[in-house]
Design a protein around this ligand. Structure first.
Ligand code: NI
Length: 151
């Protein structure tokens, strides 16, 4: 495993629409392992492929209860809403309030291409929405309703 460089805001790669991941091979597994290591080293709760310069639709998430890998995730259903602080490893040192659904149901594939479906809520739902947004070139700063820049 290896820690990868995290792409920072201003780099065009963060604004591109990512393409479907078609191969569930060793190369994907290596990148996923590296992304998890990179996320933990940076003390983040999520990291999407474009943040390590790869324009493919996958991300890793761990809000403190275990690592989740989502390949080709699609949000199928949302309900409720929540407003809370959000940050991003590609936008260091900044936070802002973003409105997100309270509950989301996501269909995706695991690292071996097996279909998975998860319904998550609260902070985990926020993390899912944030990471899936990255796959379409959307950053949380596009959705901030109140900036909160502190040290
Ligand atoms: Ni982010």
């Amino acid at each position: 495993m290896a820690i990868r460089n995290i792409v920072k805001i201003g780099d065009e790669v963060l604004r591109k629409k990512c393409r479907t991941q078609l191969n569930f091979d060793e190369r994907l597994h290596t990148i996923l392992d590296d992304m998890a290591e990179t996320m933990y080293a940076a003390e983040g709760v999520g990291l999407a492929a474009p943040q390590v310069g790869i324009l493919r639709r996958y991300c890793v998430i761990d809000v403190g209860d275990g690592l989740i890998e989502l390949i080709n995730p699609v949000i199928e259903e949302v309900s409720g809403e929540q407003i809370g602080d959000e940050g991003c490893l590609s936008v260091p040192g900044e936070y802002g309030k973003v409105k997100r659904p309270y509950t989301v149901t996501v269909h995706a594939q695991d690292r071996n291409g097996k279909n998975i479906k998860m319904t998550v809520e609260g902070f985990k739902a926020r993390a899912f929405c944030h990471e899936i947004d990255h796959l379409d070139g959307t950053l949380y700063i596009d959705k901030v309703i109140k900036e909160n820049i502190e040290g």
